[in-house]
Design a protein around this ligand. Structure first.
Ligand SMILES: Nc1ncnc2c1ncn2[C@@H]1O[C@H](COP(=O)(O)OP(=O)(O)OP(=O)(O)O)[C@@H](O)[C@H]1O
Ligand SMILES: [Mg+2]
Length: 237
């Protein structure tokens, strides 16, 4: 359950609480995937870190929300609130084959299962598409422990991806975007607060190295999964 808050910069943010059921890893995924997408040129609302005073819970009438606020003292994640935005689907507006293919490719890269036509997690704002809600991506990190190694292959089911019916060539997107990922990745991983990575491996930098190892493995496997995406796309069109 995200909340809408005004921060001390007077901006309005959609707040993702550290005390929510999905835990800190969902916040890590929001930062890593959101900032990677942005670095690749995809539109993502500004992501900020928001310090929350758990005392705010005192003024909250709803008991469940009270509990959430009390469990979320410290650093939380905020997304710039896009006022007047509404849920985007390709039926509302054609995103164009290139953007659609980029979103499909990104979600396959980061194993984002939350972009189905039922729950697209895309917003239409000022006539543009914006990507939100990447907290369920990178699900392999729920198995992180000392000695973790990325698998050689991961399954990604694109059959109900919202962009599949309108996407252009994923192969072309792959050629254009693959060389851009690793050069920006360290900068992206550095944006994750150390404190969110503390209990994962020995040190936050070991956790960052594990994320990097994942991306290297996933990109090395790209010929296979891009081929699968292309087959799914051709079957759909
Ligand atoms: N930056 C934003 N600006 C405006 N509205 C937003 C923004 N981020 C999220 N929302 C709205 O809040 C809803 C929930 O946000 P989000 O999908 O990120 O959270 P969630 O906890 O994963 O919820 P769900 O389980 O419903 O997907 C979105 O579907 C959207 O309508
Ligand atoms: Mg959502």
């Amino acid at each position: 359950m995200p909340g809408l808050v005004e921060a001390d910069d007077l901006g309005m943010y959609v707040l993702k609480f550290r005390g929510a059921g999905q835990g800190l890893k969902a916040l890590v995924a929001e930062v890593v995937v959101g900032e990677l997408a942005r670095a690749l040129g995809l539109p993502v609302p500004e992501i900020v870190l928001v310090d929350l005073d758990p005392e705010l819970g005192r003024a909250e009438p709803d008991e469940e929300v009270q509990e959430l606020l009390r469990a979320s003292g410290g650093r939380n994640l905020g997304l710039d609130y896009l006022p007047g935005s509404f849920d985007f689907t390709p039926l509302v507006r054609d995103p164009g084959p290139e953007l659609a293919a980029q979103v499909l490719w990104l979600d396959a890269l980061v194993l984002n299962v939350d972009r189905s036509w039922r729950n697209p997690n895309l917003l239409l704002w000022h006539r543009d598409v914006w990507l939100i809600d990447h907290g369920a991506s990178l699900y392999f990190h729920h198995r992180f422990a000392q000695g973790w190694q990325p698998a050689q292959t991961y399954r990604f089911d694109a059959s109900d991806h919202v962009m599949l019916p309108v996407a252009g060539s994923v192969t072309e997107v792959d050629v254009a975007l693959t060389p851009k990922v690793l050069p920006v990745l360290d900068g992206v991983l550095d944006l994750v607060p150390d404190e969110w990575l503390d209990d994962v491996f020995g040190t936050p930098d070991q956790a960052r190295a594990a994320y990097r190892a994942y991306f290297e493995a996933r990109l090395a496997d790209a010929p296979r999964w891009v081929g699968e995406l292309e087959a799914a796309r051709v079957a759909r069109v």
